[in-house]
Design a protein around this ligand. Structure first.
Ligand SMILES: Nc1nc2c(ncn2[C@@H]2O[C@H](COP(=O)(O)OP(=O)(O)OP(=O)(O)O)[C@@H](O)[C@H]2O)c(=O)[nH]1
Ligand SMILES: [Mg+2]
Ligand SMILES: [Zn+2]
Length: 288
């Protein structure tokens, strides 16, 4: 059996990279549905070139299924597997920076045991001090870049070297533009990135994994319009101070918004928890 890496999925056809060659593969009949490979999966091919098994994933990036936010309600939608780094891309403008989405992307990464990093692209369109103010309290700090001017691109390239990374974020923030700016040789070899020349939008429609010239892989993904939360374990997970106070709440599933006997609200009232910090939490907890 040969093994390979799934670099693209189109319907029921999986593009598998085996030792640098790309093969279109199908699933062997008895592979169960819950083993459907995603980009980044390591698979074993049988002698006829069908995918016979999917190897164990060391990390996954997933968001809740269409049924909604509750983990129990529906299947997860797995975006990519075996990823080291999630690059959450936002634009400084066009489309506007959305802090709430950033927090969700970072949560998605942590949930999947993937290192998160925020990149703010299109920094040529906004004053730097303004962008810094939006992202000041983030850890690790946001990287300010521009695919148009090349600002910050060398640092971003260095971050990606030798690792498996995913570019994710809303449509139009410039994920594909960053890929082209970072690795022009990759984009040129693929040709299809960004579609034909001319005006009009070149929205990415499916995730695709690219082998990087200096080692490592980069996945370009289509823009995710809405990113739900698994609201039974988040957003508390993002606020460790609030999570530890929650042990004192009367109800185990307390969301710390209006519930009686809530230790978190009590801590705010007693001046032990910063009200701004609590407001940040509450805004996220209330968002759909
Ligand atoms: N001013 C400016 N425009 C940019 C920058 N990066 C990308 N753009 C423009 O933003 C638009 C969207 O860029 P794309 O790279 O297609 O965005 P995307 O995130 O891949 O979008 P989807 O594939 O739909 O998810 C294009 O018109 C780009 O030319 C930048 O750094 N500065
Ligand atoms: Mg794109
Ligand atoms: Zn509470």
């Amino acid at each position: 059996m040969a093994d390979g890496l799934v670099v693209a999925v189109t319907g029921s056809v999986f593009t598998v990279d085996t030792e640098g060659r790309e093969l279109p593969c199908r699933l062997r009949g008895r592979l169960r549905q819950d083993h459907t490979p995603v980009v980044g999966d390591h698979v074993e091919l049988d002698e006829r070139g069908a995918i016979a098994s999917v190897l164990r994933r060391r990390s996954v990036l997933s968001r809740p299924g269409p049924e909604g936010g509750r983990r129990r309600a529906g299947p997860e939608h797995v975006l990519a597997a075996n990823v080291d780094l999630l690059v959450a891309v936002q634009a400084a403008r066009q489309p506007p920076f959305r802090r709430g989405l950033v927090v969700r992307y970072l949560a998605m990464a942590r949930r999947g045991r993937v290192e998160p990093r925020l990149v703010v692209n299109k920094c040529d369109l906004e004053r730097e001090d303004i962008v810094r103010a939006w992202t000041r309290d983030l850890d690790p700090p946001a990287m300010l870049v521009s695919a148009a001017t090349g600002q910050g691109i060398d640092d971003l390239r260095a971050l990606l070297a030798g690792r498996v990374s995913v570019l994710a974020g809303p449509s139009g923030v410039g994920k594909t533009s960053l890929l082209r700016c970072l690795f022009p040789e990759v984009a040129a070899a693929v040709g299809a990135v960004g579609g034909p020349r001319g005006q009009g939008r070149h929205t990415t429609t499916a995730s695709r994994m690219y082998r990087l010239p200096g080692g490592g892989w980069l996945v370009d993904t289509p823009g995710i319009r809405e990113l739900g939360l698994f609201d039974d374990d988040e957003p508390e997970e993002l606020f460790p101070d609030i999570a530890s106070l929650a042990a004192g709440c009367r109800f185990r599933d307390c969301r710390h918004l209006r519930e009686p006997g809530c230790a978190v609200q009590a801590a705010v009232a007693a001046g032990e928890l910063d009200p701004d910090r609590y407001r940040q939490y509450a805004r996220l907890a209330k968002s759909p």
